[in-house]
Design a protein. Structure first.
Length: 236
């Protein structure tokens, strides 16, 4: 049976690369985003621009790219005292995690995504979670997502697969994946259209994309880009 995928697409670099990865592999691909009261709400706008650009620039993928879904999860923002959902400075908590960690966010995302996938006849959920270059979020870890996959499959009484193609990649290798999937066109699309900055800063385009350049998300993206360029596109 041909697998069909639903990509958790936030509008950021990682999820955009995952969307390209899925379009390169699956017959049918749909996308889902979540409005949870995030400070960087600009990602909800750029995700639509990114989808439009993918359709226009990659005709083969356009044939496979189906509907987009946006789910209102504002309740998550209401119960989350984090720097992603409140106007507070980014800092580290006593447990070592940055206060950008939104407890349960990815668990909720996958549960809602699975419900949509079940209804739409899709059996693969694709997410950009990574346990290599990341901020330590426990719901991005491979074991967490393996357990989530099992829970969803049991709860829906149907096989639901979670794919995380970036799980063991550095950010440099994520840039390399974009290049291998879509060449300079996809890499430039990621730079110019996607948004990863926690502060929602989009007033200046850097070599690696838009952002404040200082928050943890920007720091990872910038460092990965520079590492990728320094070793050469073919070696990253």
């Amino acid at each position: 049976m041909t697998q069909r995928a639903l990509v958790l697409f936030s509008g950021g670099q990682d999820s955009a690369v995952c969307l390209a990865w899925a379009l390169d592999r699956f017959e049918r691909v749909e996308t889902i985003g979540f409005d949870y009261g995030q400070r960087h709400r600009v990602e909800l706008e750029v995700r639509l621009e990114t989808i439009k650009a993918l359709r226009a620039q990659f005709p083969k993928w356009a044939q496979r790219l189906g509907d987009d879904h946006v789910i209102d999860l504002s309740v998550l923002g209401q119960i989350s005292e984090t720097s992603l959902t409140r106007d507070v400075a980014i800092a580290y908590e006593k447990n070592g995690l940055p206060n950008t960690f939104v407890p349960g966010r990815n668990l909720l995302f996958f549960n809602f995504a699975a419900a949509v996938a079940y209804r739409r006849g899709l059996d693969v959920l694709v997410g950009g979670m990574c346990e290599t270059d990341f901020s330590g979020y426990p719901d991005c870890r491979d074991n967490t997502l393996k357990a989530t996959q099992l829970s969803l499959s049991l709860g829906l009484d149907t096989k639901m697969t979670i794919e995380t193609p970036l799980m063991w990649l550095t950010k440099a290798r994520t840039w390399a994946m974009a290049q291998s999937l879509g060449g300079d066109a996809l890499t430039q699309l990621v730079i110019e259209l996607t948004h990863t900055c926690y502060h929602g800063v989009r007033d200046a385009l850097h070599a690696w994309g838009y952002g404040c350049g200082e928050c943890p998300a920007c720091a990872l993206r910038k460092a990965g880009f520079e590492a990728w360029r320094s070793v050469g596109k073919a070696e990253a």
